[in-house]
Structures are given as structure tokens and as C-alpha cells.
Write a protein that binds this ligand. Sequence first.
Ligand code: FAD
Ligand code: NAI
Length: 464
Amino acid sequence: MSEETKFDVAVIGAGPGGYVAAIRANQLGLKTVLIEKRKKLGGTCLNVGCIPSKALLHMSEHYEFAQHSAKANGIELGSVELNLGTVMKKKDKVVSGLTGGIDMLIKKGGITRLEGHASLKGNQKIDIDGKEIQATHIILATGSSIVELPFLPFDGEKIISSDHGIALKEVPENLVVIGAGAIGLELGSVWARYGSKVTVVEFLPKIAAGCDSDISKLLEREFKKQGMTFHTNTKVTGAKEVDGKLIVTAEKKGKEIEIEADKVLVSVGRKPYTENLGLETVGVETDEKGRVKVDAHFKTNVAGVYAIGDIIAGPMLAHKAEEEGVALAEMLAGKAGHVNYDVIPSVIYTEPEVATVGISEDQAKEQGIDVNVGKFPLAANGRALATDATTGMAKIIACAKTDKILGGAIVAKGASEMISEVVTHMEYGGSAEDLGRTIHAHPTISEAVKEAGLAVSKSAIHSL
Ligand code: FAD
Ligand code: NAI
């Protein structure tokens, strides 16, 4: 094998896990190749995930404001029309701007890029559509794919996934969303703002199931005000065509219900993507969910083969994949890479946004951890009142014995930005008192986070 086809590190998959690992490995002097089967880099996140969905959320929020709130803010707009074509073009432009940016980083950094489907061949060899390369360290970062319901296979027209849901050509009149997780709530919000009658069906008793019950209730109440309908504790059983109309059937408290739909968005989770990767060829072990098994150093059971991101256990989040990419590259370069799994924030970018980190109050109870909880409602925050953003709260969960912050949740406009403060306090082992005594600019919504810190010891100033 020639020197050109021999590398220190080969990364398979150029999502946030893979491209970040490649950049960091290259920075640390390792000869790196990045292999991606898509034409564009950035993986699910940039192409069909985080970025296009956030662009749509942003644009639909403007539309919603123009339609329902502009007048109350002294803006007389006359009739408001939606041009969905422009919306989609802008979203695509955002995506290509970013994927192009990653392209530039890879090229300018001097990382070799190969386009094609990679599969493991053994002896540290990888086949890429007939071309063979070799690497001392192989990083699997092939991400995840969409879960399909066997009785509702995707047809891209009526039964759709998030890939289709971010690229609709017209606003569906009736959109049924199956699954009230991150995708269901975010894309459900987008299409509800654009005028769809959105009905969300969730198997579990509450929406945004990872959140505390008080937060799930608050969100459900708010989304209902925004026009969405929810059926929790409800199991979808199938769909049928009646007089050209699609009817979704579901079971709610032992009774069958029927919901009319023009489109059904199935958002019931994602699964690790390892198709034709050659895991069996080299004997890489997976767990019961098909995730590649790794140790604390991202090593699989096969020497020289590692895995990060959505294909291994843990939350399927872009920033988790990125941190793993950095940590692994550092380990391979002989440094001490590390990911703090106790402090990974998670956000649902609805209106209001919900951002959480660490353990929830419910989890603390389940795990028998003695905690003090401080809450502060946004209705008591000056900036929130001045900016029509009073729906929500900040919540801090601290160890009853030491006051160390164990978790936090923020439901607010801009919660995704505000949660970083709680993350930082947790990263440095901060206490609720530390947070409560940190000076925050006034007036800001993040003063609610400070007050929640104070509320842990019942010393909030602006609420009882
Ligand atoms: P991926 O991003 O999936 O990248 C894997 C890449 O590997 C892909 O480009 C794929 O083409 C390539 N590949 C696979 N197999 C091969 C092969 N054999 N050879 C060559 N290439 C291969 N997360 C957040 O943190 N915040 C969000 O706001 C957010 N929003 C989302 C919205 C939606 C609609 C979706 C679907 C997901 C969202 N996510 C979000 C999740 C996020 O996209 C993933 O957690 C993240 O992309 C995982 O990164 P990864 O690098 O592990 O894999
Ligand atoms: P999810 O796991 O977040 O939510 C799926 C929901 O569907 C769950 O509440 C589950 O109980 C429900 N469900 C499962 N089967 C069902 C059924 N048969 N009938 C009714 N409900 C059912 O998965 P989602 O929303 O598809 O997202 C996939 C992944 O993408 C997640 O892991 C998430 O982390 C990531 N993502 C992250 C975002 C963010 O960080 N803002 C945005 C979008 C996706």
C-alpha cells in the first residue's frame, strides 16, 4: 500500500462527531482522512437535522409574530402572506453556507477527504467503493437513521419522516405527529405556526418525556394555546384511507380514536446507523439496540477501531458527538481527552424553549437523592414582562447536603443560550448559592436563573 493511502487516523462519517474528530486529530499532528458518503459534509446535524430545523423554527416564529402579535406591538401590516418557497430556499442557503464552511475547514486544514461508502475490511483496512486505504486508528462516526413504524412505512408523501418534514412544498391542512419528543414538538411547532392543524400522539403519559412533570405540563398547556392538540397515553395502531382521506387510528385508554390527516410525521426516535459498515466482517460488537459497544476510551472490542456519536450509547445530540470527537482525537494523540457525561445540556427549540442539564427533580426522587429545589417564574421577571416572554420558569436542583448544583431546567424564550450558565456552574462544581450570588445584568431573563439559585435556600428576592 502506498504512503498516500496510509493514515494515522481514518474517520468514517462527517457529522459533528466525525468532522470534529478529524479536525482535532489533524491539529494534533496526526495524518487524517475523513470519509463521507454524502456529497456535503456535516452529517445529519447540518444537512437534515439541527440546522435546517432551527432555520425553520426561526422563520416560522417571524410569520407567527406577523400574523398574531405585530398588531398588539403597534405594527399594522395588512394581510400577511406565506411564501413557503422562499422559506425553503433560505433554509437551504443556511445549510449550504454551513456545509461549505466545514468543507473549507477540512480543505484548508490539509485533511484528506474521500467521498463514498466506507466499510471495514480487517487488518485496519477500509474499502471505499472499491478503493482501499489503511489507518492505524479507525473512528466509526456513522451516526443514526430514522426509526420507521412497521405498520406505517414512510412513503415520503403521506407518511413522512423529519427528512421530509423539513422540506414540505405546501402546508398540510391536518398534520398528525407521532411522538412528542424533540422532533415532534419542534417540527409540530413549525407547521402549526404556518397554519396546519397539528395533532400530536404520544405513547407516554407526558410530552417531552425527559423533563420533570411540572415542565411537561407547562409546555403542553402552552402548545395547546398555540393551537396544537395532544393525545398522551395513546398508542397509534395504524392508518387507513377512507374516501381519499388518511385516517390515523390509535388506542387511548382502551378506546379506539380516529384522527384525520393529510400527512403523518413519524418521529418516534432514531437508531444507530451501521448498514454495510462491515462490523460483522471484523467482529465489532453491538448492544441490544444495535449501538456499537465501546469502553471509556471509545475503544470497540476490535483493536484500533473506535466509535463516537449517535452510533454509541448516550443522548443522540450533536454537541455530545462533538465532545466525543475531540476527546478521542486527544486520546489518540497521547493526551487526556475527557467527556463529562453528567453535564450535557439538552434543548427543545420550541416557543418557549426548554433547556435542561444534569438530573431532574423526578430523577432525584427516583434515585433517592436528597435535593433542594429552587424555582422562579418568568412572570416575576422584569425583562420577560417587557418583552412578552413571561411563559416559563427557571429551576435549580441542588444537593440537600452540599448545595452543589446537580441539575437545572429553564423554560423560556432563549433558554438554549441561558442554560450554558448552569452548565458552567456545574462543570466547576458550583453551588446554588454561587449561582444566586453571581451578578446578572438587569434587566435580563437570566436573572430568573440567579433567582432560582437563591430560591434553593428560600432566599429569592422577587418571589415568595
Ligand atoms: P451524523 O450527524 O448522523 O453523521 C454521520 C455521517 O456519517 C452522515 O453524514 C452519514 O452520511 C455518514 N455515513 C454513515 N455511514 C457511512 C459509511 N459507511 N461511509 C461513509 N459515510 C457514512 N442534536 C442537537 O444537539 N441539537 C439539535 O437541535 C438537533 N436537532 C435535530 C433535528 C433533527 C430533525 C434531527 C433528525 C436530529 C437533530 N439532532 C440535534 C441530532 C443530531 O443531528 C445528531 O445527534 C448528530 O448529528 C449526531 O452526529 P454524528 O456525527 O454521530 O452522526
Ligand atoms: P425522541 O426519542 O426524542 O422522542 C420520541 C417520542 O416518541 C418519545 O416521547 C416516545 O415515547 C414516543 N413514541 C415512541 N414510539 C411511539 C409510538 N409508537 N406511538 C406514539 N409515541 C411513540 O425522538 P425524536 O423526536 O424522533 O428525535 C430523535 C433524536 O434526535 C433524539 O434522540 C433527539 O435527541 C435528537 N433530536 C434532538 C433535537 C434537539 O436537541 N433539539 C431536535 C430533534 C432531534
